[in-house]
Design a protein around this ligand. Structure first.
Ligand code: AMP
Length: 188
């Protein structure tokens, strides 16, 4: 079975960590939209600088750039047997862009209360030093999640593709819940 799994949830829900664990269990590649864009931002050209500035503010990188970066990753041969993508789509335009290309087999949404999310980001910013983990950028990312990402998820909900998972607990607990959802009837 081919899996094309999207992992979504508010910042700090643990989607990056869980994507890595699930990918190892299902033996398929995983990548995050934020990570792909951070790679694209590492260069010295104008585009890299623009992406960097947008990420630091917690705003969304323009759809055209996202589409290009994502397409070039999905075209790599290791994606032929499926993949796990975290942090995409984040709004209706991105939903429509992917819908023209393909359909996910499941959309896993990791749910955590806002205070847990904020506490985890604070912890991450002490250990990982991400330049976009400033209070202002965090606030903006959460705002975009509520305003754009949450409503966009309803597209997938009406197609029966959404699997909601409780994201509170240890990394292992949440990983087992996600794997359970994936191997259950309906699957992922
Ligand atoms: P993340 O690693 O998921 O927290 O994403 C970090 C940053 O990368 C976001 O705040 C955005 O600036 C950018 N980014 C990640 N995913 C997307 C996306 N799907 N569309 C546009 N920008 C994105």
């Amino acid at each position: 079975m081919i899996h094309r799994i999207f992992l979504l949830g508010p910042q700090g829900c643990g989607k990056g960590t869980q994507a890595v664990i699930l990918a190892a269990r299902l033996e398929i590649p995983q990548f995050s939209m934020g990570g792909l864009l951070r790679e694209a931002a590492a260069g010295k050209d104008d585009l890299a600088e623009r992406i960097r500035a947008i990420q630091e503010k917690g705003e969304l990188v323009p759809g055209k750039v996202v589409a290009e970066v994502l397409r070039s990753r999905l075209d790599k041969p290791d994606c032929a047997n499926g993949y796990i993508l975290d942090g995409f789509p984040r709004n209706q335009d991105q939903y429509e862009m992917y819908a023209e290309y393909d359909k996910p087999t499941a959309v896993i949404v990791i749910e955590v209360p806002r205070d847990v999310s904020i506490e985890r980001i604070a912890h991450r910013s002490r250990t990982e030093h991400r330049t976009d983990d400033t209070p202002e950028a965090i606030r903006r990312r959460l705002e975009i999640y509520d305003q754009d990402t949450e409503p966009m998820i309803n597209n997938y909900r009406s197609q029966g593709l959404v699997r909601e998972v409780d994201g509170v607990g240890t990394v292992e607990d949440v990983a087992d819940r996600i794997y359970g959802v994936c191997t259950m009837q309906g699957g992922c």
